[in-house]
Design a binder for this molecule. Structure first.
Ligand code: MCA
Ligand code: AMP
Length: 505
């Protein structure tokens, strides 16, 4: 059986392929017919370069219709799509390319110089540019390729994508995501969230992470309907689009920013049937404020890059604020104590998951695969949570040292390593503190080398040159020494308490 995800989508395309997949602000539309023809052309072009199924294609480009069609092209050609956050800098990109050894790289113009150098070093011959307008060398080169391509047959276990997630050790790991992982999650979400022929989704999430690329786009592609496709989140534009759409998906920051719009009211949302939130905890107060203003109860769900979506509040039934709902059909979610025993309802333990949506392992890291899975095949999420007696999961915190800022993950270890390399820094600790806009803000606490006069601005400027901007601390505090427990371990909770409040945005 052909398990290529694109073939699954194709079976669900509308009978009239002239109907739109993408509705753009400019008035331009991309129909299903155009999406099919253009993704065929890109697939033919990539195959013509000599790339064969299983080869990786690394893509660091701004959001555009062409970027989405390039993803579909990779699926069709059996190539493994490797999206990279456009904020990643040279060192970050260098690591991913060296690790994944892609057969082709598609770059945004502003990274071309540095990416060119990395490709030369890594012996990667195929490097093309695609800009935020969907123009560039990639399009020019692919222009003459045929608009017909027979989608390559794939087995369920074949890789569709590799998504890098940073780790608590500071090194990123490539999560290997198969066609089955994606198809199973797409089918479940499409059904559970009740998509139908009248749906129009407002798409404002980035395309390089699971939420925007898989959760949102796959629901639409499984539905054969349209999405209003924006380059990025903009509260004013969202408000205008909600009046003529039915579904919206976002991270909590989207909702707090929408709430700051005076025009957000019941009338603005009268056609809307579903607001979904995820990627970071949605505060119960945001949930309640949104309902008061719009009459809509946000549906919160929970997932991970490695697993896709795991739990969801119900479409019909109680959407309980502060919880992430019940396990999705087909996914086993359990909460266990340190000894691995299942916790009773109400007791907080480690969240572990199993199902067709869970990753097949980490790219070229067999030892990580052993560490991250239990003997009976459950994946350890690193989240702590508890079940209610009626099966709703509440995420209570994380056992992994992770900050989620505006829906982007930041692993403190990676920032601490970068800080410790700065000449004036003796040691450092990085924590997340509450932030009104981003939920959590990255905050650094630094012990300087004696006599050194490095300032907060110096540290921020130095890190901006090396790290993606969302990882750069919003504040840097200098201390004489870091608080440690009797084991010598930095007491991050002490730092978190000390600097909470001072970092509010
Ligand atoms: C931008 N900045 C940030 C962030 N985004 N800083 C911290 N955290 C961020 N998330 C920086 C900018 O570089 C800039 O810095 C300053 O903050 C202000 O930028 P601003 O214009 O306000 O930002 P923006 O362009 O409006 O972006 C904010 C955003 C964006 C719209 C909330 O971050 C976003 O789209 N987030 C969505 C993330 C997402 O898709 N996550 C899903 C991951 P400076 O001025 O110094 O340059 S998938 C996932 O987690 C799992 C699977 C799941 O469950 O979904
Ligand atoms: P990522 O590695 O970017 O996929 O981020 C996954 C992590 O985001 C999870 O392990 C959780 O810690 C967090 N997360 C995602 N959705 C939610 C949610 N609704 N509530 C709380 N945390 C969430």
């Amino acid at each position: 059986m052909n398990a290529n995800l694109y073939s699954t989508f194709e079976q669900r395309f509308p009978a009239d392929r002239g109907r739109p997949l993408l509705l753009l602000g400019s008035g331009r539309e991309v129909s299903y017919a155009e999406a099919d023809a253009t993704s065929a052309r890109y697939a033919a072009f990539l195959a013509g370069l000599g790339l064969v199924p299983g080869d990786r294609v690394a893509v660091q480009v701004e959001k555009s219709p062409e970027a989405l069609l390039l993803y579909l092209a990779c699926l069709r050609a059996g190539l493994v799509y490797l999206p990279l956050n456009t904020a990643y800098q040279q060192a970050e990109v260098g690591y991913f390319l060296e690790n994944a050894q892609p057969g082709a790289v598609i770059s945004q113009p502003r990274s071309l110089g540095t990416t060119q150098a990395i490709c030369a070093q890594q012996g990667i011959r195929n490097l093309f540019v695609l800009d935020e307008h969907g123009q560039g060398g990639f399009l020019d080169a692919a222009r003459a390729s045929p608009e017909r391509f027979t989608t390559v047959e794939r087995a369920e276990s074949d890789l569709a994508a590799i998504l890098y997630t940073s780790g608590t050790t500071g090194r990123s790991k490539g999560a290997m995501i198969t066609h089955r992982n994606l198809a199973s999650n797409a089918e479940v979400l499409h059904r559970e969230w009740g998509f139908g022929p009248e749906d129009v989704l407002v798409h404002m999430l980035p395309l390089f992470h699971v939420h925007g690329l898989f959760v949102a786009c796959h629901c639409v592609l499984m539905n054969g309907t349209a999405m209003r496709f924006h380059a990025k989140f903009d509260a004013g534009a969202a408000l205008a689009d909600l009046r003529r759409s039915t579904v919206f998906m976002g991270v909590p920051t989207f909702y707090t920013r929408l709430l700051a719009e005076p025009g957000l009211d019941r009338a603005a949302c009268s056609r809307m049937r579903l607001f979904v939130s995820g990627s970071a905890p949605l505060l119960a107060e945001t949930h309640e404020a949104f309902e008061q203003r719009t009459g809509q109860r946000i549906l919160e769900r929970y997932g991970m890059t490695e697993t896709g979506m795991l739990t969801s509040n119900p479409l019909h039934g109680e959407r309980r604020a502060g919880t992430v709902g019940r396990p999705l059909p087909g996914t086993d979610v359990r909460v266990v104590d340190d000894a691995g025993e299942t916790c009773k309802p109400g007791a907080i333990g480690h969240v572990q998951v199993r199902g067709p949506n869970v990753l097949s392992g980490y790219w070229r890291l067999p030892e990580k695969n052993k560490e991250e899975f239990t003997a009976d095949g459950y994946f350890k999420t690193g989240d702590m949570g508890s079940f209610s007696t009626d099966g709703y999961l509440t995420i209570a915190g994380r056992s992994k040292d992770l900050i989620i800022s505006g829906g982007f993950n930041v692993y403190p270890k990676e920032i601490e390593l970068a800080l410790d390399e700065l000449p004036g820094v003796r040691e450092s600790a990085v924590v997340g503190v509450p932030h009104a806009d981003f939920g959590e803000a990255v905050t650094a606490v630094v012990v300087r080398v004696p006599g050194d006069t490095t300032s907060e601005a110096d540290v921020i400027a130095a890190l901006k040159a090396r790290l993606a901007n969302f990882k750069v601390p919003k504040r840097v505090h200098f201390v004489e020494e870091l608080p440690r427990n009797t084991m010598g371990k930095v007491q991050k909770n002490v730092l978190r308490d000390r600097y909470s409040g001072g970092g509010r945005g």
